[in-house]
Design a binder for this molecule. Structure first.
Ligand code: FES
Length: 112
């Protein structure tokens, strides 16, 4: 299997986002990845939906690996920035990050 450059997990659960906005983001993510040419080739991205990431507030929550960057309060506009700036151009959207899993930060929870 060819490698993936990134793996993106979208929480579609109802605790972090009572109106389950994550479901819409997950569908939008597929469209954005296709638009930006990130479904195939060396920069391809694997997406996955998950029922819970253990945060359960300030969602929808979106996580990007291998960087281990966790984004909170992800709107459709922010998701577009994550795709174009982080996944396509390699620049983390710093102002939306609330946790970095691979740097030993303790998760304090996202700002509401
Ligand atoms: S329901 Fe989304 S983090 Fe738990």
């Amino acid at each position: 299997m060819a490698p993936y450059a990134h793996h993106v997990l979208v929480c579609v659960g109802s605790y972090c986002s009572p109106d389950r906005r994550g479901r819409g983001l997950y569908a939008q993510l597929a469209q954005l990845l296709q638009r930006e040419g990130l479904l195939f080739g060396p920069n391809r991205v694997k997406r996955g939906e998950t029922p819970c990431l253990g945060v359960c507030e300030g969602g929808p929550i979106v996580v990007v690996y291998p960087e281990g960057v966790w984004y909170a309060n992800v709107t459709p506009a922010l998701l577009e920035r994550i795709v174009t700036e982080h996944l396509r151009d390699g620049r983390v959207v710093e102002e939306a990050v609330f946790h970095r899993a691979l740097q030993g930060d303790r998760a304090e929870g996202p700002r509401r």
